[in-house]
Design a protein around this ligand. Structure first.
Ligand code: ADP
Ligand code: MG
Length: 138
């Protein structure tokens, strides 16, 4: 699947579509793309689609922020690997094993590990100042 967007609002709308289509059956959403591509913007639209009202900010210093998904048992874990140094302390394997955890990961390029089958890859590329290409694949 490939989308083109011309604004942050449009990127959030695409994220809404992706969330509604894939959230229920997938476990991990990997976001890749350069700084300022729109990964966090995408996650804002994604979280909103799930009914999450928390403010979604880049968890660059915290690494992981968690958001309860309203009305269901699931928790969305927003992970940013930009500054990660020690993957062992991240507890990623525990989160993958947790059936109620859904992971959305920025800077997935940095992740070099075997992931479950139900992983969706989202790559955002900058085309111009306001234009972005969003590629969604398995
Ligand atoms: P990342 O998390 O990939 O570093 P952010 O989502 O934090 O990126 O930032 C993206 C920046 O690009 C924001 O300042 C946003 O306003 C801007 N922007 C411009 N056009 C778009 C677009 N089409 N989609 C997403 N962000 C855009
Ligand atoms: Mg970000």
């Amino acid at each position: 699947m490939f989308f083109k967007t011309k604004s942050p609002e449009e990127t959030k709308k695409i994220a809404d579509t992706i969330a509604k289509r894939f959230f229920a059956k997938e476990k991990i959403f990997l976001l890749s793309g350069e700084l300022g591509a729109g990964k966090t913007t995408f996650i804002q639209g994604f979280a909103k689609a799930l009914g999450i009202k928390d403010k979604i900010i880049s968890p660059t210093f915290v690494l992981i922020r968690q958001h309860k998904v309203p009305k269901i048992k699931k928790v969305l874990f927003h992970i940013d690997l930009y500054r990660i140094e020690n993957f062992e302390n991240l507890g990623l394997n525990d989160l993958i094993a947790d059936e109620n955890a859904v992971l959305i990961i920025e800077w997935a390029e940095k992740l070099h590990m075997q992931l479950p089958k139900n992983t969706v890859k989202i790559n955002i590329t900058k085309i111009s100042e306001k234009e972005r290409g969003i590629k969604v694949s398995y």
